[in-house]
Design a protein around this ligand. Structure first.
Ligand SMILES: [Zn+2]
Length: 257
């Protein structure tokens, strides 16, 4: 095996930094989607969390103090996406800003006549291309309920999507994946989902996914980890593509509560 600077550097960090056992056990126990992981996967996840916390800076806004418990809760949810990928997938940016609750986003949009308007709306999370991830702590902590809603997974899925430019629901695929298969699976599922939402039909998946293809990918990623059996049953082709992309099969390891 040849000497590798990245591995050597990471090994040095792992030798010098750690997460206290009680903090780790508590975080894992709180998040139902981690319960089916094997001891080997949990060990890898814990190492990923240590490296993630070394590389990223998490700061509170509006006076929010970020405790070690909050650090671990955020990092462990961000790292589940890259458990079988690499920490490199989150390269190129450093900051995570956490608000106590929903925060106001200012944005511009053009109407049908091309007139640009400014608007403000409360949001629970945001990801910037090449910039920070912004989270609401209240929404981050809501993941404990295990109800399929997960703002950290959502925002970090956007980060993966942005590895090849603006978020559009098409992250860079692995060499063993097929662009057309991805495109077909997602566009078909998205079109069907939008019809469903337009008809006001009940759905286990957050209707926000109908917003645009980027949101569809982020919400489907949340559901893939949080309620994999539903995604596998209702959107089997999307499940298959996500399993190839994340290199994980959460439905297979799912433990009913
Ligand atoms: Zn989003």
């Amino acid at each position: 095996m040849s000497w590798n600077f990245k591995n050597w550097y990471r090994q040095r960090i792992l030798e010098n930094e750690s997460i206290p056992d009680d903090l780790w056990q508590k975080a894992v126990a709180r998040l139902r989607f981690l319960h089916g992981l094997s001891p080997i996967e949990l060990k890898r996840l814990r190492e990923c969390v240590i490296l993630f916390l070394h590389a990223k800076q998490i700061s509170g806004a509006h006076g929010l103090v970020i405790t070690s418990e909050m650090h671990v809760m955020i990092a462990v949810q961000a790292c589940i996406l890259i458990l079988n990928l690499d920490l490199d997938y989150y390269d190129g940016w450093v900051e995570i800003i956490v608000y106590p609750g929903e925060f106001i986003r200012d944005y511009e949009y053009a109407d049908e006549d091309g007139v640009v308007h400014r608007a403000r709306e409360p949001v629970s999370g945001e990801s910037w291309l090449g910039g920070p991830v912004i989270l609401s702590w209240e929404d981050t902590a809501a993941a404990e309920a295990g109800a399929g809603y997960n703002v950290v997974i959502h925002e970090f899925a956007h980060k993966l999507d942005m590895l090849n430019g603006d978020a559009n629901g098409f992250p860079p695929l692995h060499a063993n994946m097929n662009q057309q298969a991805w495109s077909e699976a997602f566009s078909k599922a998205y079109a069907g989902f939008c019809l469903h939402v337009d008809a006001d039909a009940p759905t286990a998946i957050d209707p926000y996914a109908a917003e645009n293809p980027a949101e569809f990918f982020a919400v489907m990623s949340e559901a893939f980890f949080e309620m994999p059996l539903v995604v596998k049953l209702d959107f089997p082709a999307v499940y298959g593509q996500l399993a190839l992309f994340y290199r994980q099969d959460p439905a297979q390891r799912w433990i009913e509560p």
